[in-house]
Design a protein around this ligand. Structure first.
Ligand SMILES: NC(=O)c1ccc[n+]([C@@H]2O[C@H](COP(=O)([O-])OP(=O)(O)OC[C@H]3O[C@@H](n4cnc5c(N)ncnc54)[C@H](OP(=O)(O)O)[C@@H]3O)[C@@H](O)[C@H]2O)c1
Length: 345
């Protein structure tokens, strides 16, 4: 256990090490969890590092917590990676009630299942994933404490000068993905009321590591001299290890009726982040258009007050990213489309 951050990250192994190194706050918290901890939808961008972070925190605490990762594991490498690090995996399709029936009882559940990109091509897939799967999960784990991932896309654009959307704001966004994400929250909320399930819903805005995320997208554009659209000129983002830690510690905030929290770092300006990356990369960023008065931004002060602000400074993430992209570090090739303003994904 260490809270030290390296100057640079030179390989995926080093990146995985940084992403899964538990901080003291998490090691203390994890001792309070009863086995098993179940992570649903663990095969995507966040699930593997989240599961291994929990595993390492429990090991550091000397706490015999079983961590189970359930997903379809469309990417079988994620499954092997988890198994190799002490996380038990179960192949589960969250659209099948019979798959839920064979999952072990769990007192603590993290729900990561979601579908965003590809919505325009296959909207029904997005809607069924974001409605039926939450219903089946909530029905199966009605006695558990649950942290369910949502997204800041549930809000419409907010005025930047207002400081961003707050939890009590209306959930009236644009576009099918965002509306399906509202439905995901409403389904969880309904079951939390019906069954008294203790639940926290986290409206995450842009988690990132060096292989994906808004800052990696911007770093790549600056390096290649590609124009950076400014119309959606502000965003919130959070280093993935910080997001994962706060997701796990949010089990403590689960309540009935379900409580919602914005999860991210402070609001950032696209122009400023690109200019800072430009200095590190010794390139002048090329901009396109100009900032609007509104953007997809949120105010994270509620969760910051309860659990503390994300620990990794922006300066560190910018330095790591510039070093990573300049060396041609691997990208997942999953652009965030942070510039999108019409809700089409
Ligand atoms: N990363 C971000 O910046 C961000 C921002 C806002 C909100 N979120 C939310 O946070 C959650 C986790 O984020 P992420 O980046 O890890 O998302 P992700 O990469 O899309 O991963 C979600 C995973 O859910 C699994 N899944 C989808 N349908 C499933 C099904 N029918 N049964 C079982 N598993 C299924 C998929 O893995 P398999 O193919 O293995 O099943 C998928 O990879 C998502 O719900 C997302 O909406 C993320």
């Amino acid at each position: 256990m260490s809270n030290l951050m390296p100057d640079t990250i030179g390989s995926e192994a080093a990146l995985d090490e940084v992403l899964t190194q538990p901080r003291t706050e998490l090691v203390q918290f994890i001792k309070t969890l009863k086995s098993p901890l179940l992570i649903l939808g663990a095969g995507g961008k966040m699930g593997p590092s989240l599961a291994v972070l929990a595993r390492r925190a429990a090991d550091a605490a000397g706490h015999p917590l079983e961590v189970i990762a359930a997903s379809r594991f469309s990417d079988s490498a994620a499954r092997d990676w988890l198994e190799g690090r002490g996380v038990r995996t179960v192949v589960t399709d969250a659209l099948r009630r019979e798959d839920f029936a064979v999952l072990p009882e769990a007192g603590n559940v993290i729900y990561l299942v979601g579908q965003k990109f590809g919505t325009s091509a296959n909207p029904s897939r997005t809607w069924i994933t974001n409605t039926l799967a939450p219903a089946l999960a909530a029905e199966r784990f009605r006695s558990a404490r649950m942290v369910a991932l949502s997204t800041a896309n549930v809000y419409p654009m907010a005025r930047v000068a207002s400081g961003g959307s707050r939890e009590e704001d209306p959930l009236t966004p644009l576009g099918e993905y965002a509306n399906a994400a509202v439905a995901r929250e409403r389904v969880f909320e309904y079951f939390s009321q019906q069954f008294g399930t203790h639940m926290a819903m986290l409206r995450l805005s842009y988690a990132l590591d060096l292989r994906y995320g808004v800052i990696a997208d911007l770093g790549g554009k600056v390096l290649r001299g590609e124009p950076i659209p400014l119309a959606n000129g502000y965003f919130n983002a959070i280093w993935q290890a910080d997001a994962n830690e706060l997701i796990l510690r949010s089990l403590d905030l689960a309540a009935s009726p379900a409580a919602a929290f914005n999860l991210s770092g402070p609001m950032l300006a696209v122009r400023e982040v690109a200019e800072r990356l430009g200095k590190l990369l010794q390139r002048k960023p090329v901009f396109e258009g100009s900032e609007s008065e509104t953007a997809l931004v949120c105010d994270t002060s509620r969760l910051d007050r309860l659990l503390g602000a994300p620990a990794t400074p922006l300066e560190t993430v910018l330095r790591w990213t510039a070093h990573w992209v300049s060396r041609g570090g691997r990208s997942l090739d999953k652009p965030t489309h942070f510039e999108t303003r019409d809700g089409t994904y």
